[in-house]
Write a protein that binds this ligand. Structure first.
Ligand SMILES: [Zn+2]
Length: 225
């Protein structure tokens, strides 16, 4: 296994954690085919991330890739090519120094809602109001483009608090992040952050399901009057 200096054994356990997170997304029905991608910020300006073109719920630790946070700064990537969405991950990490985990999935119901012009309000439900008090909606952009990556990163870094834990992408699912203190970025802290990011993505999915059902129930009620 090709590892970068400074990552050491931490990377071994984090590879297991990324594979487990992918299986969790699959078990919840949040990813299909080769959709979705996950990453963790390692030491030394390196990201550990999922490969392109593979099911994320069937990955083995050796299937993951490491890529530089800043391609111009290095080090050289290792492993298979990452998703084209890695541009979004890089932009978020570059903009939010606190973020150590990024998880993205094409949540089907979020795509239906945003396709129909709806943006669910996280303050409508107690759980999302507490854990995700803001949920910005980023207008559609070309997948893999620097333009979209820049707008997503900007949405994660508003000028006024709170900092978002997740954002919706119009017709493209959602992205969730989690942070760790700079002084505590050992394996346990990074794994906990990855779990929290998946938790947040699940909460976005719950909100979207409830929002859709409320729309449908209201419409059915209006028809039956
Ligand atoms: Zn995507």
């Amino acid at each position: 296994m090709n590892r970068h200096a400074g990552t050491g054994d931490i990377e071994v356990s984090l590879r297991d954690a990324v594979c487990a997170a992918g299986r969790r997304l699959g078990a919840r029905g949040l990813i299909s085919a080769a959709e979705g991608n996950l990453s963790i910020r390692l030491a030394g300006g390196v990201l550990l991330t999922t490969p392109t073109g593979r099911r994320k719920d069937e990955l083995e630790p050796a299937d993951l890739a490491t890529v530089p946070l800043d391609p111009a700064a290095g080090p050289e990537p290792s492993g298979p090519p990452p998703s084209s969405d890695i541009a979004i991950h890089r932009a978020i990490y570059a903009t939010r120094a606190d973020v150590v985990a990024v998880v993205h999935a094409h949540l089907p119901i979020s795509m239906a809602l945003t396709l129909a012009g709806h943006a669910p309000d996280p303050t409508a439900l107690p759980e999302t109001a507490y854990h995700l008090p803001v949920l910005p909606l980023v207008a559609f952009g070309e997948m893999g483009s620097a333009e979209l990556a820049g707008r997503v990163a900007a949405a994660f870094a508003p000028t006024a608090p709170p900092l978002p834990g997740a954002v919706l992408l119009e017709r493209h699912g959602a992205i969730a992040v989690a942070s760790a203190e700079v002084a505590d970025r050992g394996s346990a802290a990074l794994e906990a952050a990855l779990v929290l990011a998946v938790d947040r993505l699940e909460l976005v999915d719950v909100l979207c399901r409830v929002w859709r059902d409320a729309i449908l129930l209201r419409a059915a009620g209006e028809r039956s009057v």
